[in-house]
Ligand binder design. Structure first.
Ligand code: NAD
Ligand code: UDP
Ligand code: UDP
Length: 315
């Protein structure tokens, strides 16, 4: 008997979130094509999947056209940490905008469902708290974060224009800060920074006063949300927030990391980067209603799993 597996393309599949998504899609018996240019992702992240005959890793830059035959597309390709997306800001905008056009063109030709990994950054430094999907955001168009924020906003525009103009089956999710194993140890994001610093006995770098807040979602919860969104009713286009509403200051996060690593590292206070949002918390009531999804892993549990991962890779 021939088994008809779903053919699923994951762009950015060798990255932090993408590699967990590929893993889960393979576990659910799909045929997975991972496309990545390995800018921030790595072959180590997907090495354990390569022996599966239904997994295919393709080195490709999504700002160039791509011709493959698939049923679903998860568009995750884009550097996500400020350090990485600010390294080559022009390329960051190209990846979000030209990459989205190519993937939407591919979806249009193959009649595939396509999901865009958008971000809470579309809300900028928000005046509405917690953030609902109806809020239009407060984004600086010319600052150092703009290549990412405006790139992602333009990608959302493209998704909704392809939906209105060509009736494409689109899905847009706005992902809030996500953490877990396979975060890049040097990508500068706060969870990986604090854990690596604590494990090495180095100073914990708090930017600003440490009173700014973020809401942290464990990667397994996020992947579950992405898959639910992809398979939701056709009229569920989003945008829908995906994140954990538990909100913490960076000082609270530092204290938790010190506690779970039993580290004696000291806190040091460094200048706050430009346009750093002061607060961020998802309102997930709409997502709960549409996808019957809510995060299960609390920060304490997720941090301990992430620390266990970093203990193995940090010398
Ligand atoms: P990541 O940097 O680990 O993964 C991104 C992947 O995309 C990497 O493997 C990278 O090599 C690849 N890539 C980048 N540019 C590319 C290009 N032009 N062509 C092909 N591949 C390219 O980041 P992540 O945390 O896994 O984020 C995945 C997606 O989720 C991103 O789109 C990001 O914007 C979004 N997101 C993540 C978070 C988070 O907290 N992790 C929050 C909001 C949104
Ligand atoms: N595209 C792609 N793969 C496909 C189909 C299209 O990469 O299978 C690219 C194509 O190069 C084009 C973009 O997607 O630049 C947008 O395609 P669309 O059909 O919307 O626009 P057009 O080809 O008319 O410019
Ligand atoms: N941050 C920090 N120390 C670090 C790295 C980040 O205090 O070593 C702060 C940063 O200024 C921001 C928050 O932690 O207020 C989250 O930063 P991250 O880069 O992880 O994500 P984003 O700003 O995109 O939410």
């Amino acid at each position: 008997m021939v088994i008809m597996k779903k053919r699923i393309l994951v762009t950015g599949g060798a990255g932090f979130v993408g590699s967990h998504l590929c893993e889960r899609l393979l576990r659910e018996e799909n045929d997975v094509v991972c496309v990545d240019n390995y800018f921030t992702g790595s072959k180590e992240n997907i090495a354990h999947l390569l022996s599966n005959p239904y997994f295919e890793a393709v080195r490709h830059e999504i700002t160039f056209p791509l011709y493959v035959e698939v049923d679903q597309i998860y568009n995750l390709a884009c550097p996500a940490s400020p350090v990485h997306y600010q390294m080559d800001p022009v390329q960051t905008t190209k990846t979000s905008v030209i990459g989205a056009i190519n993937m939407l063109g591919l979806a249009k030709r193959t009649k595939a469902r396509i999901l865009q990994a958008s971000t809470s950054e579309v809300y900028g430094d928000p005046e509405v708290h917690p953030q609902t999907e109806d809020y239009w955001g407060r984004v600086n168009p010319i600052g150092i974060r703009s290549c990412y924020d405006e790139g992602k906003r333009c990608a959302e525009t493209l998704f909704f224009d392809y939906y209105r103009q060509y009736q494409l089956p689109i899905k847009v999710v706005r992902i809030f800060n996500t953490y877990g194993p396979r975060m890049h140890p040097n990508d500068g994001r706060v969870v990986s920074n604090f854990i690596v610093q604590a494990l090495r006995g180095e100073d914990i770098t708090i930017y600003g006063s440490g009173q700014q807040t973020r809401s942290f979602c464990y990667v397994d919860d996020l992947v579950d949300g992405l898959i639910r969104m992809m398979n939701s009713a056709a009229e569920t286009t989003g945008p829908l927030n995906l994140g954990n509403p538990g909100e913490f200051t960076m000082l609270e996060l530092a204290e938790k990391v010190l506690h779970f690593t039993r580290s004696t590292s000291k806190l040091v206070f460094l200048p706050l980067p430009q346009d750093d949002p002061r607060q961020r918390q998802p309102d997930i009531s709409r997502t709960r209603a549409k996808l019957d999804w809510s995060p299960k892993v609390e920060l304490d549990e997720g941090l301990q799993k992430t620390i266990a991962y970093f203990k193995n890779i940090v010398g």
